[in-house]
Design a protein around this ligand. Structure first.
Ligand SMILES: *Cc1c(COP(=O)(O)O)cnc(C)c1O
Length: 379
């Protein structure tokens, strides 16, 4: 995948452009990196635990443990939560593949279920129907920055004695029905700080948040060769630390996250207001939901034509995701072919993500809206 910010140059309206954000931060990042080089604390530097404390506070969790990626947060979270080989984990069919990778790499068996039309999250009724004797966990994903229906999912988990691990990798700061992303009745939640996420590092990074001190301690050991003290290897572990350099970038960016999310909200509202009378299907926002608009995803059966039309006007778009996970070649072995999850499959066929990022200007939004309206009016 190309560097997200470099993709900006040839477009009238880029899909994502963080150049301004990075230009503003650059002097502080350079100064902090310079200090880091002098200190030599490239792993486990003080910024790692500082960021962990700040991130836990932001999420309202007792603990955050920095790791190398969102995948590591999910994978180590499942291991620390006690997943046993063959345990089943219920996962939505529309997500980024990392959700599935985590379950399989932790020794679990992913049980895919369809998503809900209302919020594109794990459908509680479908999840209920998929629960069997070996089911241990629900793994809801807050897709596109909107939380799944955690009211229904926590009720289901309680009734069936299941644990919840949240994939909050697209939902930094999202809220719904009294829940916040990362602290929605889950044992633990995973965040990714991949550069294009709402809070992004300058490379790969992730964190697991939890209120459980033992689980946090186990993840701290797992991320560093299973050691509790240096060379005291209690568990089979990994190299999955959060780099100090990424922690210092995240510390500098975190104070801006709420402002950036507000800018995303304003841009999303502009699209919602100005595209509501077109024949596109716009994202639905349940009454108590406050999404953080990681992506703004519209739907139309003419998706490819719309994408081409916008490209011709210099407007970049995305597809999230072109195929639901069960139709990816890597997951053919799960044995779920076309037709297995109709809501996820239709979303994959029809969805187009419009440009949306903190700092997108009103002029850029107007260009997109006018182009989309022209397309809908017959081009
Ligand atoms: C980004 C993402 C992840 C994990 O991403 P990493 O690249 O491993 O940091 C996991 N799940 C979802 C839904 C994501 O969007």
């Amino acid at each position: 995948m190309r560097d997200v910010s470099r993709a900006a140059a040839p477009w009238t309206v880029p899909f994502l452009n963080l150049d301004e954000q990075h230009a503003e931060l650059k002097p502080d990042v350079l100064a902090a990196v310079s200090d880091l080089i002098d200190s030599g604390s490239f792993t486990n530097g003080p910024q790692v635990s500082e960021f962990e404390a700040e991130w836990a506070r932001y999420c309202g969790a007792a603990y955050a443990v920095g790791v190398a990626s969102g995948l590591d947060a999910l994978r180590l979270g499942l291991v620390a939560a006690g997943i046993e080989p063959g345990d089943e984990v219920i996962v939505p069919a529309m997500t980024f593949v990392a959700t599935l990778e985590a379950v399989i790499q932790a020794g679990g068996v992913p049980i895919l279920v369809d998503i809900s039309e209302a919020d594109y999250g794990l459908d509680a009724t479908a999840a209920d129907a998929a629960i069997g004797l070996r089911t241990r966990f629900l793994l809801p994903v807050h897709l596109y920055g909107q939380m799944a229906d955690m009211t229904a999912l926590t009720t289901l988990a309680d009734e069936c004695g299941l644990g919840i691990i949240e994939d909050a990798c697209q939902a930094h700061g999202a809220r719904r029905a009294g829940f916040t992303a990362g602290r929605a009745g889950s044992i633990a939640a995973a965040f990714s700080f991949y550069p294009a996420k709402n809070l992004g590092a300058m490379g790969d990074a992730g964190a697991l948040v939890t209120d459980d001190p033992e689980l946090a301690q186990v993840v701290r050991a797992l991320r560093e060769h299973g050691q509790i003290e240096k060379y005291e290897h209690l568990l089979e572990g990994y190299t999955a630390r959060l780099d100090t350099i990424q922690a210092l970038v995240l510390l500098l960016k975190l104070p801006m996250l709420d402002r950036w999310n507000e800018q995303r909200r304003a841009a999303a509202q502009f699209y919602l207001d100005n595209l509501q009378d077109t024949d596109l299907t716009l994202p639905r926002v349940p009454a108590t939901s406050e999404p953080v608009w990681h992506l703004f995803v519209v739907r139309t059966p003419a998706r490819e034509l719309l994408a081409d039309f916008l490209r011709a006007r210099g407007i970049a778009t995305g597809r999230h995701y072109p195929a639901p996970v069960h139709l990816a070649p890597a997951y053919g072995h799960l044995g779920r072919g076309p037709g297995a999850f109709p809501v996820a499959e239709e979303l994959a066929r029809e969805s187009l993500s419009l440009p949306l990022f903190p700092g997108i200007t009103e002029e850029e939004l107007v260009v997109v809206v006018e182009a989309v309206r022209d397309f809908c009016a017959g081009g």
